[in-house]
Structure formats: structure tokens, C-alpha cells
Design a protein around this ligand. Structure first.
Ligand SMILES: [Zn+2]
Length: 308
């Protein structure tokens, strides 16, 4: 199968101060791990292009895009929310992170690739139509999904989010958009403290109880996600892939292990193979314990490209 690995050097230049968990090393430990373990031997590598204003405007209010571009500092930091700030390289990194999702979508929908993984930051799923928050500026996965429907003409795209935090930004953008089915799991009563009440019939939100482990996730996927996905018959799967539900990650209180990321990815790959010629795009979201992140992403990508 043809599989794409997409990244960009600007992901290493955006940083939000020493000690911030959403740090440049996140993408480098993933790249190193995939290289050292031979996974990249099975993938074609691409540099992410910058997303255009038109592409961003399909998921975000155009005034918001203009304001964020205007906020970018020439030096120092510009605070966006208590946990989120821009340095002089943030805008470039955010544009290329969103552009990675656009390229991934084109490769998979149009150019004969079956899978694409985007190793980029800043992450995106907390970014709402008009709001940057939670380490996120542009909603990368959402920009990719809207590119697939508005530009490439797909009628049904599934957005899957297994980050431990609820993808409030994606829900804000897609609630009520019947071309998109969003299925997600997240830890209840954790940042951003919403998602328990779904905002539209195209949202399948499954909160997970704090201190539950991978068994609870597997039940949610089996009982809720898979029937919804199969009924929807997506023409493309886009995954907001966060790895912060791992038991070694102190951002949350869930107890997932490396193998859970392989399992959940295999379930999704089977849906993609059954519904849409295997078309599956994955975009990095959270994951802050670097060793666990690198190992879990390896499990995820191996399962995505059928290496196991
Ligand atoms: Zn997260």
C-alpha cells in the first residue's frame, strides 16, 4: 500500500516557553522512533505546504484568521490563552500543520495513497471556528475534512478523535454539518469541560470515566463508534490522533497502554478498508509523555499501514 508521512521543519520552531508540555521534542521523538524502528521505510515522506487563506476559511471565520495572522509577534511571546502563546515561528508552524492535513487529504482522496500520517504541531482540535485555545490555533483536522468535502467533492467524511480531551473545536465547527460524522472518546470532567452533551445529531461523543483503562475505550469503540461509522459509510476517515490518554501521561487519569493505540487504529483501518478503499488520514493532536508518545504513535502508524 502507498502510505504518506508528512511533516515540516517549522513544527520544531514553534514553542511556548521552557517547560511547556506542548514542546518541539514531541515531533522529534516521533520522527526518531519511526525512523529507528524502520516504519518510515514503508512510507513516502512529504514536506507540508502552508495552508492558504481559502483553505483555512472553510473551517474558521475569515476575520479570526486575519486576527491571528496580525497577532503573530516579531519577537518574544504573544499570549492567546493562559496555556497558549505564539512565538515568532508559531504562525508558520500553524499554517504548515493545517497544510499537512490538506496535503494528506489530497494524497489519499486523489493521488492513490491509502493512508497518511501528519507528524505536525501545533495541534488543532481545541481550535474553534473563532477561538484559539488549549495549545491550538488552526483546527488542522477540520481544515482537512472541509477540504475533502468542499474542494474534493466527498459527500461523507468521518472525523475520529481519541485524544483524552474533548475536541470542542471540531464539534464547534462540524455540529449540524451532515456531511461529517464525528465520533470521539474523552475523559469526562477534564479540560475543556464540555462534550458530555453532544451539540448535534452528527456527533457521537463518548465520555470515559476517570481512572478507567483501555477496556472502557474498547467497549465505547465497539458499542458506539463502529455501528455509527458503518451506518454512515464514510468516503474518508480523518483521525485526530491524541496520545494523552496513556497511563504514563500525567495530563489525564486514563490508563491506556501502547497496545490500545494499535487496537483502536486497527478497528478504524478495518472500517476504512470496508467503506472507502482504505482512505485514512491521521493528524497528531496531544500526547505529552515523550517516551509513551513515541511508542504509542509507532503502534498507531504500524496498524495504519498494516505492518503488524
Ligand atoms: Zn489532549
Amino acid at each position: 500500500m502507498r502510505a504518506a508521512y508528512i511533516s515540516h521543519a517549522s513544527s520544531m520552531r514553534h514553542e511556548m516557553g521552557s517547560g511547556h508540555p506542548e514542546c518541539p521534542d514531541r515531533v522529534s521523538v516521533i520522527a526518531d522512533r519511526l525512523l529507528m524502528r524502520g516504519v518510515l521505510d514503508f512510507m513516502e515522506s512529504f514536506d507540508a505546504p502552508a495552508a492558504t487563506r481559502e483553505q483555512l476559511g472553510r473551517a474558521h471565520d475569515s476575520l479570526y484568521v486575519s486576527e491571528l495572522i496580525a497577532m503573530a509577534p516579531a519577537e518574544g511571546y504573544r499570549q492567546v490563552d493562559p496555556d497558549t502563546s505564539m512565538n515568532p515561528h508559531t504562525l508558520e508552524a500553524a499554517l504548515h500543520a493545517a497544510g499537512a492535513a490538506v496535503l494528506a487529504t489530497e494524497l489519499v482522496v486523489r493521488d492513490g495513497f491509502r493512508r497518511a500520517f501528519c507528524n505536525v504541531r501545533p495541534p488543532g482540535h481545541h481550535a474553534e471556528r473563532r477561538t484559539a485555545m488549549g495549545f491550538c490555533f488552526f483546527n488542522n483536522a477540520a481544515v482537512g475534512v472541509r477540504h475533502a468535502v468542499d474542494e474534493l467533492g466527498l459527500e461523507r467524511v468521518a472525523l475520529i478523535d481519541f485524544d483524552v480531551h474533548h475536541g470542542n473545536g471540531s464539534e464547534d465547527i462540524f455540529a449540524g454539518d451532515e456531511r461529517v460524522l464525528m465520533v470521539s472518546t474523552f475523559q469526562s470532567r477534564l479540560y475543556p469541560f464540555n462534550g458530555e452533551q453532544a451539540r448535534g445529531p452528527n456527533m457521537c461523543n463518548v465520555p470515559l470515566v476517570p481512572y478507567s483503562d483501555g477496556a472502557a475505550m474498547r467497549a465505547a469503540v465497539t458499542d458506539s463508534w463502529l455501528p455509527a461509522l458503518r451506518a454512515f459509510r464514510p468516503q474518508l476517515l480523518v483521525v485526530s490522533a491524541g496520545f494523552d490518554a496513556h497511563r504514563e501521561d500525567d495530563m489525564s487519569h486514563l490508563g491506556w497502554v501502547d497496545a490500545d493505540y494499535g487496537w483502536i487504529t486497527r478497528q478504524l483501518a478495518e472500517v476504512a478498508d470496508a467503506c472507502c478503499d482504505g482512505r485514512m488520514v491521521s493528524v497528531l493532536e496531544g500526547g505529552y509523555c515523550l517516551p509513551a508518545l513515541a511508542r504509542s504513535v509507532e503502534q498507531h502508524v504500524r496498524a495504519m499501514i498494516d505492518l503488524d
